[in-house]
Design a protein around this ligand. Structure first.
Ligand SMILES: [Fe+2]
Length: 193
């Protein structure tokens, strides 16, 4: 059962999160667990894989009861892209379908006056690959769907990502705005008679 495989992943991540507050240790260990989840051929519920032509979708896959961590299914339609944004916590991303181009930036110190962001490299991620997108001090990027099918990532974050106050950046000036993403509601699965 796919739900059993997900539950095993949730249980394993829970052990990691409860065991240490070190974000580098957490992300390293969660990345190993994510790689195994993808290698096992875990299948997301179909209703959590649906793109929207309007914008990337963020569906909840698991939210810890105390909001200390969460799993999201993030779905980009063809060619969709995010703005440059922060996460303000740790995060691990496993690519489930499609392909994403990640453009990273150094995180500006909050005490400095706004200045153009410093690019920190681009990486093309494909299914089965796992990356540590974020630790609180290194968590600024934009993502573009570059595959020939919708891009889907399984994302694990160190909080309820829908509620975390996060920054969006104008990379040309370093000016910031704050946002919270919320969750998107999956369409109910179609029942075939
Ligand atoms: Fe992101």
């Amino acid at each position: 059962m796919q739900s059993d495989r997900l539950q095993a992943f949730v249980d394993d991540v829970e052990v990691v999160v409860r065991g240490t507050a070190d974000e580098h240790e957490i992300t390293e260990r969660v990345a190993v667990l994510m790689s195994a989840l993808l290698a096992d051929g875990y299948q997301l519920p179909p209703e959590l894989t649906r793109p929207s032509p309007a914008r990337p979708m963020t569906y909840p896959l698991h939210i810890a009861p105390d909001d200390s961590w969460s799993i999201a299914s993030v779905v980009w339609d063809l060619d969709q892209r995010t703005n440059v944004h922060s996460h303000e916590t740790w995060g691990v991303v496993g690519i489930y379908a499609g392909a994403e181009l990640e453009t990273r930036y150094l995180k500006p110190t909050t005490s400095a006056a706004p200045a153009p962001l410093t690019p920190a490299g681009e990486t093309r991620w494909v299914p089965g690959q796992v990356n540590v997108c974020c630790t609180t001090d290194d968590d600024v990027h934009s993502v573009t769907a570059v595959g020939s099918e919708p891009t889907i990532g399984i994302h694990v974050y160190g909080g309820n990502i829908s509620r975390i106050r996060r920054r969006s950046y104008d990379p040309a000036t370093g000016e910031t705005d704050w946002f919270t993403s919320g969750w998107d509601s999956p369409e109910p699965a179609r029942v075939t008679p």
